[in-house]
Write a new protein. Structure first.
Length: 161
């Protein structure tokens, strides 16, 4: 296999990086967070899946109706009180304790590394490792667990069954 050299913009010119002289050393990650109002009557907690409602805030998403299936992200704050603002993470790696994931994913011991998680069709705001199968429900991929405490958020468009 041929050796490949990365390209860089140097003084306005694209050049190959000389590995004998230059190195690349950077962490590449993208995490988008929106500060939104909780329009649910109750607090929403870390890891809860949310959708943007008609009022421009967020409420708990659920894979059983077109009105609640468009997931914007997962709650990043430990908890967002009703009518309060808080952070919702739309991509990247989100971390929570195993207990916090247990509450949102219905698991014991946190997430299962390598497992894909979907929006729950039965409980608003929850995620599940079992994709919905009933006619009229929606399959919404939320992300994949990297460990018992970390989920790589990669939300896909809903697919109606």
């Amino acid at each position: 296999m041929a050796l490949r050299k990365p390209l860089a913009m140097i003084a306005g010119q694209i050049e190959q990086i000389d590995p004998a002289v230059d190195t690349l050393d950077a962490v590449a990650s993208e995490v988008d967070i929106a500060n939104l109002t909780n329009n649910n009557a109750s607090p929403i907690v870390i890891g809860n899946a949310t959708y943007t409602d008609a009022g421009g805030g967020v409420d708990l998403a659920q894979a059983n109706a077109i009105a609640t299936v468009e997931v914007v992200g997962l709650v990043k704050d430990a908890s967002i009180s009703a009518a309060a603002n808080g952070d919702v993470q739309t991509d990247g790696v989100i971390s929570a304790t195993t207990g916090q994931w247990d509450a949102v994913a219905g698991t014991t011991g946190g997430l299962a590394a390598g497992t894909v998680y979907y929006l729950s069709p039965t409980t608003a705001g929850e995620i599940t490792s079992t994709a919905p199968t009933a006619v009229g429900q929606f399959v919404v991929r939320i992300g994949i667990a990297l460990s018992t405490t970390e989920l790589e958020i990669s939300i896909l468009e809903p697919i109606k069954l």
